[in-house]
Design a protein around this ligand. Structure first.
Ligand code: GLA
Length: 391
């Protein structure tokens, strides 16, 4: 990561000249609690050591100059009039600028070089890292004094309104609030949160990337959201207190199974069970019961595969294979679904064997390669010093 930061800093000097501020903005994993955030439920994510680095500095005037180091692409815009771009990546950044201006803060022009090592489209939230990272960086250089929770909201609205994906709050939240060696239980309704130790001394979080990119994800994602909303409006006819699936119980769903119909029943049952699993999983963490924690992760996958139907053949194969390898406590698909990564909890002692076995058997059974990343739990978005960049 230090090498990466030094590289981005050097690139900035080369392209724009001068000494920029450096900000590190991480990707994330989600241990459990998938598709629950937009149902006002619970999630248990953690920020990781894969990140986007920003080198940024104010410039006179209203012009903003962006350079994507990994793509070798440049984009410029004017604060007084800018629009969505067909290149796509500038939209995540311009969306943030748009939100900050809408909130009435004063910005000036800036130069920014960014790049990193979060695989794009793998379900590790590279988009939230772009949005929240830039929001935090602008907050710093223009001394806007926006508090952390506001940064989260701003970054999320940039994705909802400018990019056009109706994501929940999890990714932007963990990007800003992540802490080294801690997972965060977030109540997506009250936004209360609690840190749980997750230090990787015994276990590693291993990501297996199918390499399948999630073209379906954003349309199917919005469809799942709409299905959850439809279920809520049906349940509301019977119980006014159901404001989101967070408020529904399995009994209530059973009672109104017919009114919901088979599809909405399955979608809602998954969400209600997943919320219960997240809370139970936090109890497991507190007791240090990794076996029980891992079992809930497997159950989460079954629900995502059979009831919420956001998995894919490659993801399912990876879970089946992982379950047969010694030292794996739990595994499931992670993120929006339809591709991207699985998350696996693997005992450190068996890590090497896990990597070799899953690579080989996945290749044999699917004819494709899987990319493996061991994720270490790191702090959320933060300013890093030039010294840190060069260690
Ligand atoms: C994406 C969204 C999140 C969340 C997950 C599914 O990552 O950005 O808000 O809904 O999918 O859990």
């Amino acid at each position: 990561m230090e090498i990466l930061a030094a590289g981005i800093q050097a690139r900035f000097r080369e392209i724009f000249g001068g000494s920029p501020l450096l900000v590190r903005s991480p990707g994330r994993v989600n241990l459990i609690g998938e598709h629950t955030d937009y149902n006002a439920g619970f999630v248990l994510p953690a920020a990781i050591d894969k990140a986007i680095l920003f080198a940024i500095r104010e410039r006179p005037g209203r012009r903003c100059r962006l350079f994507a180091a990994d793509l070798n692409e440049r984009h410029e815009f004017d604060l007084d009039g800018f629009q969505r771009d067909s290149k796509h990546w500038p939209n995540y950044l311009m969306g943030v600028v748009d939100q900050i201006l809408r909130e009435g803060y004063t910005l000036g022009g800036f130069d920014c070089v960014f790049g990193g090592n979060i695989p794009i489209g793998a379900g590790l939230s590279s988009s939230a890292a772009l949005e929240a990272g830039l929001a935090a960086a602008l907050n710093e250089i223009f001394e806007l004094n926006i508090d952390k929770l506001q940064l989260v909201h701003l970054a999320r609205r940039a994705e909802n309104e400018f990019v056009g994906v109706q994501c929940g709050i999890m990714d932007q939240f963990i990007n800003i609030f992540g802490m080294k060696d801690r997972a965060v239980l977030l109540d997506c309704r009250s936004l209360e949160y609690q840190y749980y130790p997750f230090d990787g001394k015994e276990l590693s979080v291993v990501l297996c990337d199918t390499g399948v990119r999630r073209e379906l994800a954003s349309s199917e994602y919005n469809i799942r959201r709409a299905q959850c909303e439809s279920a809520v409006s049906i349940l509301q006819q019977f119980d006014k207190n159901v404001k989101s699936l967070r408020d529904a119980s399995l009994d209530l769903l059973e009672e109104h199974r017919q009114a919901l119909g088979a599809l909405l029943f399955r979608r809602s049952a998954y969400v209600v069970r997943e919320n219960l699993r997240v809370l139970a999983a936090c109890g497991d963490l507190q007791r240090g019961d990794w076996q029980a924690f891992g079992q809930r992760i497997y159950q989460s996958h079954e629900g995502l595969r059979d009831d919420y139907e956001v998995s894919s053949p490659e993801l399912n194969l990876l879970i089946e294979l992982a379950a047969g390898i010694p030292g794996v406590l739990g595994a499931r698909m992670m993120g929006a679904g339809f591709g991207g990564c699985t998350i696996n909890l693997v005992k450190n002692k068996q890590l090497e064997n896990f990597t070799g076995s899953i690579e080989e058997s996945f290749r044999r059974q699917s004819g494709k390669n899987v990319a493996i990343h061991v994720a270490r739990i790191q702090a959320g978005t933060s300013v890093i010093t030039a010294q840190e960049a060069h260690v």
